[in-house]
Write a protein that binds this ligand. Structure first.
Ligand SMILES: [Zn+2]
Length: 211
């Protein structure tokens, strides 16, 4: 069962993806994680990716898809996988569908996390991280102290309200068209309300994933 998670930044895909993966007993695959792992393991695709990164360039879709192919071919992913942040554009969705077909599989579900913009901005701008030990916090103001090491909490530049608006615009322009693409290709797209209690959101997601 290949499940693609879609949703704007701050929608909770990472957290919920972990929970869903655990309940279904399949791995969660996030692009950043498998990319770092491929580089660490020195795989062919990892080395190719490293070349681009060392040159300060974006890793092309073809290389990312190669890494995905490796990740989906592991025994751990034989039963399925939750893909988080893997599909951000229509070409990436097309590439993934083709890759799945090559592996004799398909994208079984697309789960769309629905959260209103003002809630996303509120969530993301409430995040801070310790300057020293990198512990993340939610709902603690920048400038206050880290509970672990006393370091100063700062907001990542990406999480500043202006940057969040830009990220949302990129999502609307590049990722939202994937939803229509998926519907046009008869994929099973389920939309869930990703606001409110964290356990309740997991419940909604699990219900949406029932066959
Ligand atoms: Zn700290």
């Amino acid at each position: 069962m290949i499940i693609v998670l879609l949703g704007p930044p701050g929608a909770g895909k990472g957290t919920q993806g972990e929970r869903i993966a655990q309940r279904l007993g399949i791995p969660k695959i996030a692009t950043g994680d498998v990319l770092r792992e491929a580089i660490r393991n020195g795989t062919e695709q990892g080395l190719a990716a490293k070349k681009y990164m060392d040159a300060g360039e974006l890793v092309p879709d073809s290389v990312i898809l190669g890494i995905m192919k490796d990740a989906l071919s592991t025994p751990a992913a034989a039963k399925g996988a939750i893909l988080d942040g893997v599909v951000r554009t229509v070409p990436q969705a097309e590439g993934l569908a083709k890759l799945a077909a090559e592996l004799g599989r398909k994208i079984d579900k697309v789960v769309l996390f629905d959260v209103p913009d003002d809630e996303l901005i509120r969530r993301i701008s409430g995040r801070t991280v310790c300057e020293k030990c990198q512990t993340p916090y939610t709902g603690r103001e920048p400038g206050t102290s880290c509970a672990k090491c006393g370091g100063k909490l700062v907001r990542r530049p990406d999480d500043e309200p202006e940057a969040v608006k830009t990220r949302l615009n990129v999502y609307r322009a590049q990722t939202e068209p994937v939803i229509q693409w998926a519907r046009d290709h008869d994929l099973d797209v389920v939309e869930i309300d990703a606001t409110g209690d964290i356990d309740l959101i997991t419940k909604r997601a699990m219900r949406a994933l029932e066959p």
